[in-house]
Design a protein around this ligand. Structure first.
Ligand code: NAD
Length: 470
C-alpha cells in the first residue's frame, strides 16, 4: 500500500494536468503490477477496509451532504459495498480464468478459449445521490479486472467527495488508483484524454457529453443513467407488502434514488385502501411532521429542492393526500402523495428524484403497459401482483433495465446480477461477474499444437470450388 498523498488537491478548480495523471497511470499499468492477483487482492481488501474503518466519518459526511439517516447511510454506503467487494474478492480469480469453448472438428487438433485481459486505464465518474456506493462499487470491479483507475466523485456531495479522496490517498496504491475532485472543468479535462473505458453514472444529458467525448477516441463507455421507474399495483395484491415496499423505495434518501418508484399505476379497486395505508405508513415512519424526523433526509441542494417543490405547485392532479409542503432554504420537501395525476402534469414530465409519489388509477392492465411503452425505457420497473399471468404480461410486454416483482430495489441490491439500463436509462452493466467482464476484454484464443502437419487446404492453386470437409 502506498502512503503517498494525492497530487490532486481537494476542491481544485484550476485546470490540472490530466494528461500527466493519465501518463503516470499508464506507466503503472504497463509495468504489469495491476495484473498481479496479489496486488488486486490487496487493493480490494484496502478498499473494503477504507469504508469499514472509517464508517463514522463516512456517515458524518453523508449527513452533511444529504441529511442521510445513520442506518440508511451505513446499509447502503458501507455494509452493502463492503459485502460486494468481499464477494468480488472471493470470485474474481475464477471469473478471470480461461473459459473453454467448443472446437469444431475442422479446427482440431486445437483448443479454443476466451481469456480476460485488463483494459488499461479506466475513468469512473459518479453522481452525488449515493456518492460512496456509485463510485466505490464500479471501482472494485475495475480493480478486480486488473486495471488502473481514476475515480471522479461528484462536486454536489462535497463532504463525501473530500473524505473519499483523502482516504483513497491513504489506503490505496496511488500509483495506480487516483481520485480527482472537482466539477465540470475537471470532468471536461479528464474526458479530453484517451481512456481505455469510461464508466459514467448520472443524468442522460451529461451521459451524451461523455459518450461524445469517448467516441473521439473509440473508447468504450458504460452509461448508468436514470429516468422514470414506474410501479404497477394490481388488484390481486398483498397490499400490506406493496405499501411497505413502495414507501421504503420512494422515501429512502428523500426519493433521490435512481431506481426509486417514480410513480404508481394503481388498480382502481384497491386505490382507496392503498392511499389510506400509505398515509398511515408515513405517519408511523416519519411522524406527523416529517421535518422533525431524524429518519427523513434532505434534498441535495436548494436548486433541486425548488425544482421538486415546483413539481407539486404546478398541479395537474386531483389532490394532495399527504405532505405537499416544502422549505427550499432548508432543502426540505415533505414526503408527498398525489392522487389522480394526469399524464400532462408537470410531475409526470421528468424523473422526480425527490419524495413525491404520483398515483395514476387504471382499470385494465393494458393501460399501464401502454403508458410505460409510450415513454422512455425505464431503469427499473416494479409490479405488485399475486397473479403469475399479470407478472408475466408485464415482464414480456415491457422493456426496462431490471425488474423486482412484489418488491423494490432487490434485483439491484444482491450485487450478483448485472445492473444496468436500456435505451434512455443507459447501456452496459456492472455488479458481480458482469462488472468484471465490463472492465475486461474477452480475448478469443485458438491454440494449434506446434507439431500439426498442415494438410494444405485452402491454399492456391485451388482445385474445384467447394471443400467437402467444411
Ligand atoms: P451529478 O450532477 O453529480 O453528475 C454526475 C457526474 O457528472 C459528476 O461527477 C459531475 O461532476 C459530472 N458532470 C456534471 N456535468 C458535467 C459535464 N458538463 N461534463 C462532464 N461531467 C459532468 O449527478 P446527476 O446527474 O444529477 O445525478 C442524478 C441522475 O443520475 C438521475 O437522473 C439519476 O437517476 C441518475 N442515476 C443513475 C444511477 C444508475 O445507477 N443508473 C445511479 C444514480 C443516479
Amino acid at each position: 500500500m502506498s502512503t503517498e498523498t494525492s497530487e490532486i488537491t481537494p476542491g481544485q478548480t484550476e485546470a490540472f494536468d490530466a494528461a500527466g495523471l493519465l501518463g503516470d497511470l499508464r506507466a503503472t499499468f504497463a509495468s504489469g503490477r495491476t495484473r498481479d492477483f496479489a496486488w488486486r487482492d490487496a487493493q480490494l481488501d484496502a478498499l473494503a477496509r477504507m469504508l469499514v474503518e472509517n464508517e463514522a466519518a463516512v456517515i458524518e459526511a453523508l449527513a452533511a451532504d444529504l441529511g442521510r439517516p445513520t442506518l440508511e447511510a451505513w446499509v447502503s454506503e458501507v455494509r452493502m459495498i463492503e459485502k460486494e467487494i468481499r464477494t468480488i474478492q472471493k470470485h474474481y480469480r475464477s471469473w478471470a480464468g480461461e473459459k473453454k469453448y467448443k472446437t469444431p472438428a475442422f479446427f482440431k487438433p486445437g483448443r479454443s478459449a476466451v481469456r480476460f485481459d485488463p483494459l488499461g486505464v479506466v475513468l469512473v465518474i459518479a453522481p452525488w445521490n449515493y456518492p460512496v456506493q456509485l463510485l466505490i462499487s464500479p471501482l472494485a470491479a475495475v480493480i478486480a479486472a486488473g486495471n488502473t483507475a481514476v475515480a471522479k466523485p461528484s462536486e454536489l456531495s462535497p463532504a463525501t467527495s473530500a473524505l473519499l479522496t483523502r482516504l483513497a490517498a491513504e489506503y490505496l496504491d496511488s500509483d495506480a488508483i487516483r481520485f480527482v475532485e472537482g466539477g465540470i472543468d475537471e470532468s471536461t479535462a479528464l474526458l479530453e484524454q484517451r481512456w481505455d473505458h469510461i464508466m459514467y453514472t448520472g443524468n442522460g444529458m451529461v451521459g451524451r457529453i461523455v459518450a461524445a467525448a469517448a467516441a473521439k477516441h473509440l473508447t468504450p463507455v458504460t452509461l448508468e443513467l436514470g429516468g422514470q421507474s414506474p410501479t404497477i399495483v394490481d388488484k390481486d395484491v398483498n397490499l400490506t407488502l406493496a405499501v411497505d415496499r413502495i414507501a421504503g423505495g420512494k422515501w429512502v434518501n428523500a426519493g433521490q434514488t435512481c431506481i426509486a418508484p417514480n410513480h404508481v399505476f394503481i388498480h382502481e379497486d384497491v386505490e382507496q385502501e392503498f392511499v389510506e395505508r400509505l398515509k398511515k405508513t408515513l405517519v408511523t415512519r416519519y411522524g406527523r411532521d416529517p421535518r422533525t424526523s431524524k429518519d427523513f433526509g434532505r434534498i441535495v441542494n436548494e436548486r433541486h429542492a425548488a425544482r421538486v417543490a415546483g413539481l407539486i405547485t404546478a398541479g395537474g392532479f386531483d389532490s394532495v393526500v399527504a405532505g405537499g409542503d416544502s422549505d427550499v432554504r432548508s432543502r426540505y420537501v415533505a414526503p408527498t402523495v398525489l392522487r389522480g395525476v394526469r399524464p400532462d402534469a408537470a410531475v409526470m414530465q421528468e424523473e422526480i428524484f425527490g419524495p413525491v409519489l404520483p398515483l395514476i388509477t387504471f382499470r385494465d392492465l393494458d393501460e399501464p403497459i401502454a403508458a410505460i411503452n409510450a415513454g422512455e425505457k425505464p431503469l427499473a420497473l416494479y409490479v405488485f401482483s399475486n397473479s403469475d399471468e399479470t407478472v408475466e404480461r408485464v415482464l414480456s410486454e415491457t422493456s426496462s433495465g431490471g425488474v423486482s416483482v412484489n418488491d423494490v430495489f432487490m434485483h439491484m441490491m444482491s450485487g450478483e446480477m448485472p445492473f444496468g439500463g436500456v435505451g434512455e436509462s443507459g447501456y452496459g452493466a456492472y455488479h458481480g461477474q458482469a462488472g468484471f467482464e465490463t472492465f475486461s476484454h474477452a480475448k478469443a484464443v485458438y491454440r494449434r499444437p506446434g507439431w500439426f502437419r498442415d494438410p494444405a487446404l485452402l491454399k492456391p492453386p485451388y482445385k474445384g470450388w467447394k471443400l467437402k470437409v467444411l
